[in-house]
Design a protein around this ligand. Structure first.
Ligand code: PMP
Length: 350
């Protein structure tokens, strides 16, 4: 018997997440992972490496709580938002429970559930990429964790607040509603954070990977009421954050770091508007979807041809043709103006 045959059946069947880095490419313009295009600079101030780190470093928890305007007991810090997704399933799903999500959306909800051997139910978003509440309501039997994403990756739109509140109302006492706000800094007024006081089963995922420009750090958060946070504290690894990570995260969350983040957001929004203006003039573009994030989803006459043509030129975009309902669509992250200029020039020729 081969080693892979000894692995769990659900792992044998698993298609791992196709992360941007795993997909490779030979590029000098990387617009496929919704990163900020340039790196901030930090000096390490912590020099003690022989001791284990604090499991939940105070400076990071307090810094994020101050930034998000919640109490420290509403915050758990994790190895990126991706670990938050996994912890929520680990903490709440019995083997027979189900995870529900609404495609097209972020791929890790499905991959984390499948990795943990938890069955999934899907209720596709409506044609305008909003929640299909009647269908969700019909499919709640056995569902313990629901993942929704706003702004949604890869479509870019925000979900209607009233729908999210209705979702919280119909799931009270039966399921956890996870609102993934990885891109919330690009649309801060739409955050569900003000609902934390009303809904003990609401969990909000955040990250330093996007507007804070720290995807390489691997630092994310879940915000929720203390009882829910307590469940996640039980299942998280003993020392989730390496010393250099918490050192840099704490610096990034100082008022000066937050101010820099806001300047980055303003610049991204400006470049996004420029890109959209240019895309409107390109004949092969069929549709440009409304976005509130640092990327834009674009439908082309022949998406695969456009994706491959740019790939050959070292401009790496994110092909979405396999995502539910997104044939011929490509997601373009907002890079520097120079990167976007190169992209537009290549798109005009593709
Ligand atoms: N949620 C969404 C919607 C994302 O797009 C991503 C990153 N691609 C994450 C969560 C995870 O981000 P990270 O693990 O880098 O914090």
């Amino acid at each position: 018997m081969s080693i892979s045959q000894l692995s769990r059946k659900n792992v044998q069947a698993l298609t791992p997440y196709q992360s941007a880095r795993r997909l490779g490419g030979n590029g000098d313009v990387w617009l496929n992972a919704n990163e900020y295009p340039t790196s901030p600079d930090f000096n390490l101030s912590e020099r003690i490496f022989n001791r284990y780190p604090k499991p939940q470093p105070e400076a990071v928890i307090k810094g994020y709580a101050a930034y998000a305007d919640v109490k420290p007991e509403n915050v758990i810090v994790t190895r990126g938002g991706d670990e938050s997704i996994e912890l929520l399933i680990k903490g709440f799903c019995e083997p027979e429970d189900k995870v529900l999500y609404c495609p097209p959306t972020y791929g890790m909800y499905a991959v984390s559930a499948e990795t943990l051997g938890i069955a999934t139910k899907t209720v596709p978003l409506t044609a305008d990429f909003q929640l299909d509440l009647p269908e969700i309501e019909k499919n709640l039997a056995g569902v313990k964790v629901i993942f929704v994403c706003s702004p949604n990756n890869p479509t870019g739109n925000v979900l209607n607040q009233a729908d999210l509140i209705r979702l919280l109302d119909i799931t009270a006492g039966s399921a956890i509603v996870v609102v993934d706000e990885a891109y919330i800094e690009f649309s801060p007024e739409t955050s569900m954070i003000k609902q934390l006081g009303n809904y003990p089963h609401l969990a909000i995922i955040r990250t330093l990977s996007k507007a804070f420009a720290l995807a390489g750090l691997r630092c994310g958060f879940t915000l929720a009421n203390p009882e829910l946070i307590g469940v996640l504290q039980k299942v998280i690894a003993p020392y989730p954050l390496p010393v250099p990570v918490s050192d840099i995260a704490a610096q990034a969350l100082q008022p000066q770091g937050v101010a820099q983040m806001k300047m980055r957001v303003a610049e991204v929004l400006e470049n996004r508007a420029w890109l959209i203006g240019e895309l409107k003039q390109i004949p092969s573009v069929v549709d440009i979807f409304t976005t509130e994030a640092n990327y834009v989803l674009v439908k082309f006459q022949d998406g695969e041809k456009v994706f491959n043509a740019l790939w050959e030129k070292g401009i790496i975009l994110r092909d979405q043709h396999k995502a539910f309902g997104l044939q011929n669509c490509i997601r373009i992250s907002i890079g520097t103006r120079a990167e976007l200029e190169k992209t537009v020039a290549a798109l005009k020729l593709a």
